[in-house]
Design a protein around this ligand. Structure first.
Ligand code: HZT
Ligand code: MN
Ligand code: MN
Length: 418
């Protein structure tokens, strides 16, 4: 059975306010978690399920959010610290509790959003509908429904555009205005969305398929990502993580329409560290052995993601771009008025967070094409076009955000779904 079919079955037995955290990992108690004010259990005679979602604070009146799944570091050198050193590390970790709590808040929203949508994604749906569903649910939980009414629109909300990348498209596709793409039964779709609270971004993704012949592809990639997570740790070399991921990924094969394929990693796609309001903080986590001896460090946030493919294992930039982000602010504004105005709007609403063209449409910048292209050409803004393997290939992705605490790591976005 495919993941999505399984999710459908599970979804039917659960209610809107059900715990969205894995058993044994949630530290929240009943007294911490509550139903939102004004919610009631009276049944409406409507066939459609109610979507009585409100800001996440209403479900957690004490403001303490559940921890993710804890995992020990398995490398010896992580246990090798002196007592004094360890005390200092633990002290620093304690001082960071408010920070970790904000990251967990974003992660709890991510789990709840995906729980709300995974059972609703079905063949025949337009990608715009799926994106709206994910993004509007994120907006409700983060209390960021109307950016124009927020004092600081970058203080909470969507972390980056919802990736809905189908088949040979591995990443960075989201529909632009007018896109009519419809999800089909035979498709393999990566759902990659982000939530941010105070600039703390949760970046997590899974793969949706309906046809069970892709199950081995999905399993290969899920296990490869889990391997990357297990391998991650303070002072671990990035190349060693890539090597472990590659070994697991390549141990799988998948039969599609009578043809057998070895599952390959997309060797030029990577995980990455995450910094405040920055989806990539400068370190890349390879998914093949690449010789990069850079190490992970204490306190870092990483998005561990892997991509597997039946294609060439190498992606290129193809097709119309939807994703954009600005790297820095320290520049002189362009003089051309239309361009200057667009850049100021982007600054106010997204800062350095990635955005897509639909988000510009939504805040009234619907005639942005020329100015946006100019800003990219001039280097103010970076474009992130779709990343695509060879035609006819199938790619899958799984991704989690992890925190490297002093003596253990936390898979903060872990849920009971993946
Ligand atoms: C860029 C733009 C976005 C970061 C990874 C990724 C989706 O491929 C260093 C390593 C959202 C994310 C990103 F709008 N990218 N994670 N989830 N895409 S990346 C990258 O550009 S930079 C990997
Ligand atoms: Mn992602
Ligand atoms: Mn990522």
């Amino acid at each position: 059975m495919s993941d999505a079919t399984e999710a459908n079955k599970v979804e039917k037995t659960k209610t809107e306010t059900a715990e969205a955290v894995p058993q044994g990992t949630a530290k929240t108690t009943e007294s911490n978690e509550a139903k939102p004010e004004g919610s009631s259990d009276k049944k409406k005679k409507k066939k459609k399920k109610r979507t009585n979602i409100s800001k996440i604070e209403n479900y957690f009146p004490k403001g303490i959010y559940p921890e993710g799944e804890w995992m020990d570091y398995h490398q010896d050198f992580n246990l090798d610290r002196t007592t004094d050193e360890e005390k200092r590390y633990l002290q620093r970790d304690l001082e960071n509790q408010d920070h970790w709590n904000e990251v967990r808040k974003a992660a709890e929203i991510h789990r709840r959003v995906r729980k709300n949508v995974e059972g609703k994604i079905h063949p025949g749906m337009r990608l715009t509908e799926i994106a709206d569903l994910i993004e509007n649910t994120t907006r409700k939980y983060t209390d960021a429904e109307d950016l124009t009414k927020m004092e600081d629109p970058t203080s909470r909300g969507i972390g980056f555009p919802t990736g809905l990348s189908i088949n040979e498209i591995a990443a960075h596709f989201t529909p632009n205005k007018g896109d009519k793409t419809v999800l089909r039964y035979e498709d393999v779709m990566k759902v990659d969305f982000g939530v941010q609270v105070n600039g703390n971004i949760i970046d997590s993704a899974w793969t949706v398929s309906f046809d069970p012949q892709y199950d081995n592809l999905l399993t290969a990639v899920r296990e490869a990502t889990n391997t990357g997570i297990k391998e991650a740790g303070i002072d671990v070399r990035l190349t060693d993580i890539g090597e472990a991921i590659q070994e697991v990924m390549e141990s799988y094969e998948v039969e599609i329409n009578g043809e057998t394929y070895g599952v390959k990693p997309c060797r030029n796609l990577c995980g990455h560290n995450i910094a405040p309001w920055r989806i990539h903080g400068g370190k890349s986590v390879p998914i093949v052995k690449n010789g990069d001896i850079t190490k992970m460090e204490e306190g870092e946030h990483f998005a561990i993601e892997t991509f597997g493919t039946t294609g060439s294992g190498y992606v290129t930039s193809e097709g119309e771009c939807s994703h954009y982000a600005q790297q820095d602010y320290d520049y002189e504004l362009p003089s051309l008025p239309s361009t200057k105005k667009l850049l100021q709007t982007i600054n106010k609403n997204f800062g350095t967070l990635p955005f897509c063209r639909r988000y510009l449409d939504r805040i009234g910048e619907d005639d942005h094409e020329i100015a946006l292209n100019y800003l990219v050409k001039q280097g103010y803004i970076q474009d992130y076009p779709p990343l695509v393997d060879i035609p006819g290939s199938y790619t899958a992705q799984y991704e989690h955000t992890i925190l490297l605490h002093p003596n253990k790591k936390e898979i903060v976005s872990k849920g009971d779904d993946y």
